[in-house]
Design a protein around this ligand. Structure first.
Ligand code: SF4
Length: 638
């Protein structure tokens, strides 16, 4: 094979065996790579075992790998894939606050991360590492120059914290393993994953994360600490000269989009994703009016502009340093280092992303330096910043309403120091509050309700927008845009995810008919499945179904897609994930759930008076299932 390394490793941690086999060329053609291939390999597993009831049981399969374009010179071709059944998006017990509740046992989750690790794993000789079972003692994997081995995790990788032996912080593990494998790149669990926090992530190269869905908890459940990769094996091309020529053409197109001040790509090298802060708050950066930056656990989309200035796009630009980008990134360069010079949160690291900042503003945190510090701490402890933000906003409202009275130190809205403290408590499960908040939200609701009057149940559930298997809504107010709410509600990896479809520019541009919104979301989801399966970043600005991209791919792999056949791959991948999610219990009941809080109108700002209109949302859902060719129960025909 060319483009791909053509080697898949099958790791059985229970029996401590590794098998390396040639990749299946048919799978690579039909499911493209990265996310698509991993969905197929998960399907092969789940169709044999049946529904997976316990995502932190040994039967969960986690796959780490890349795609054909990874490690080529194409801009942004440094994004790798990690797939598994997620720990956060589940609701296994009866949930009386959900009309017609049906149990959901964890959804098929794909997570994308950049940095160097995905490309280095490929250089080490492996396209996919498929990990099953559970080791009987802590282990790590080492992929070096074509060989993969299971190694007992060394004592130096652990410390004792709060009476438990847990892995050290991510940077310490990465440093320790860099000393053992010179030039290597490491993907590691943090203390949170080891402690099975349901929204624990995996961290690569210090600050790149397989973030949402709980990959860290799945690694922790397998007694797997880290994967280190090193290799120098370059990619083979079908036609290296032709690839280079097409690559130069693509490169020019990407550069042109970044150079065009009327394209949002032009802001990325300076502001990264943080330009969305201003756009969401006040409509700057080619926006309209703003008014959809969430505030006070999604109650509002606007707040005092003087407060906003403390955490604006410019505020984060003021602490930003040089670019600190993923391997092989070109032109777009969205990540910058950052430094807080003094004060309690002084330190160096990377600038937080828009979604992270937005969801912490949603906790009414107006301290830029604290946000920087919390972000760095999440990277060290292995916590997904976004779900952490959603969980904390819910906890703050629970506290405000008196439901966390027995946890005397539960932080309230705006309490940055309390949020730092609670983050550590969650990661180390060091007290009752940390243990409570580290679980998936339905468990939190049930536990809090167990200590309250029966009539309080719906009020408790009201506080947690992560209820009924949600990942937590991303940083655009779900009340302002029905199309985005549909994207949130139907994302294969769980309610609240914003990456599988994105509608804001289209809705600000006037898209509002139910059928149009549904079709836009469905098309976006199929397109994103392709981007992830090609190993590219969301911010790749080329058209992947047009020439010269298709020719470029053919000169790399020999696989000749037409625009239609490549689009069909995207639809195949997305529908396969959905079919697996049907197996896990998801149908329309899950998609149609609207948290009660989101039916209450915004009170101020450009979108005052708007809330999620359940009837309209259901009409979009009908059209959405029609667009996909699924039943209106949300099931994929077999
Ligand atoms: S645009 Fe940003 S996330 Fe994407 S590859 Fe470049 S640095 Fe990484």
């Amino acid at each position: 094979m060319t483009g791909f390394k053509g080697r898949w490793a099958w790791v059985d941690l229970t029996n401590r065996t590794i098998r390396v086999e040639p990749a299946d060329i048919g799978y690579c053609r039909d499911y493209v790579g990265g996310r698509g291939l991993q969905a197929k390999l998960l399907a092969d597993h789940l169709e044999k075992t049946g529904p997976l009831k316990d995502p932190v049981g040994p039967q969960n399969r986690v796959i780490v790998g890349s795609a054909a374009l990874n490690d080529t010179a194409i801009p942004t071709a440094g994004r790798g894939s990690c797939s598994f059944v997620g720990t956060m998006a589940r609701s296994p017990e009866p949930a009386p606050w959900v009309p017609g509740h049906k149990p959901v046992h964890g959804l098929v989750t794909h997570s994308s991360a950049g940095g160097l690790f995905p490309n280095m794993l490929k250089r080490a000789g492996f396209d996919q590492v498929v990990i099953d079972g559970r080791a009987d003692r802590p282990v790590r994997l080492e992929a070096v120059d074509g060989a993969l081995r299971i190694v007992d995790a060394e004592d130096e990788l652990f410390e004792t914290a709060q009476g438990h032996r847990v892995p050290r912080r991510a940077s310490e593990i990465t440093d320790a393993l860099a000393a053992r494998v010179k030039g290597g790149s490491t993907l590691t669990v943090g203390p949170a994953g080891w402690n099975l926090v349901d929204f624990a992530c995996l961290t690569a190269d210090y600050h790149r994360n397989f973030g949402r869905g709980g990959a860290g908890a799945v690694f922790g459940s397998k007694n797997l600490v880290a994967i280190t990769a090193y290799g120098k094996d370059a990619i083979a091309y079908q036609d290296a000269e032709a690839f280079k020529a097409f690559g130069q053409e693509i490169d020019k197109l990407v550069k042109a989009s970044v150079d065009d001040p009327n394209r949002t790509a032009s802001f990325r090298p300076t502001t990264g994703t943080t330009w969305w802060l201003d756009r969401a708050f006040n409509g700057r950066y080619l926006g309209v009016k703003g008014g959809y930056l969430p505030w006070h656990n999604f109650d509002e989309g606007a707040f005092d502009p003087a407060d906003y200035d403390k955490v604006s796009t410019d505020a984060f630009l003021a602490i930003s340093g040089k670019h600190n980008v993923c391997n092989k990134c070109r032109h777009v360069f969205c990540t910058r280092s950052a430094k807080v010079e003094s004060g309690p949160y002084a330190g160096e690291g990377v600038r937080p992303e828009f979604e992270t900042i937005a969801l912490w503003i949603n906790c009414c945190i107006l301290d830029r330096d604290a946000i920087f510090h919390l972000n760095a701490l999440c990277n060290e402890l292995g916590v997904d910043t976004m779900t952490f933000g959603s969980v904390m906003a819910g906890a703050m409202e629970l506290g405000e309403k008196g439901f966390l009275a027995k946890h005397g130190d539960a932080p309230g809205f705006g309490d940055a120091a309390g949020m730092v403290r609670t983050l550590k408590d969650i990661a180390y499960r060091s007290n009752d509050l940390g243990r409570l908040l580290g679980g998936h939200s339905d468990r939190v609701i049930a536990e809090v309700a167990a200590g309250a009057a029966p009539a309080a149940l719906s009020e408790i559930a009201y506080c947690l927008t992560t209820a009924y298997g949600g990942l937590g809504y991303a940083g655009i107010s779900p009340k302002a845009f029905p199309g985005m709410f549909t994207a949130y509600g139907t994302s294969n990896r769980g309610r609240g995810d914003h990456t599988y479809a994105w509608t804001i520019q289209a809705e600000e541009g006037g898209l509002k008919d139910a059928r149009d919104l549904a079709a836009y979301v469905a098309e976006g989801q199929a397109g994103k499945a392709l981007v992830d399966s090609l190993g590219l970043c969301d911010f790749f600005t080329g058209d992947i179904t047009a020439e010269p991209f298709l020719s470029l791919y053919r000169t790399l792999t020999g696989i000749g897609y037409t625009p239609e056949s490549l689009k069909e791959c995207g639809r195949r991948i997305y529908a396969l994930e959905r079919r697996l999610n049907n197996l896990q219990g998801r149908d329309r009941t899950y998609d149609a759930f609207v948290p009660a809080k989101l039916k209450v109108s915004l009170g101020r700002g450009a979108h005052a008076g708007r809330a999620v209109d359940e009837a309209f949302y259901n009409s979009i859902l009908d059209a959405y299932y029609d667009a996909w060719g699924w039943s209106r129960r949300g099931t994929v025909p077999s």
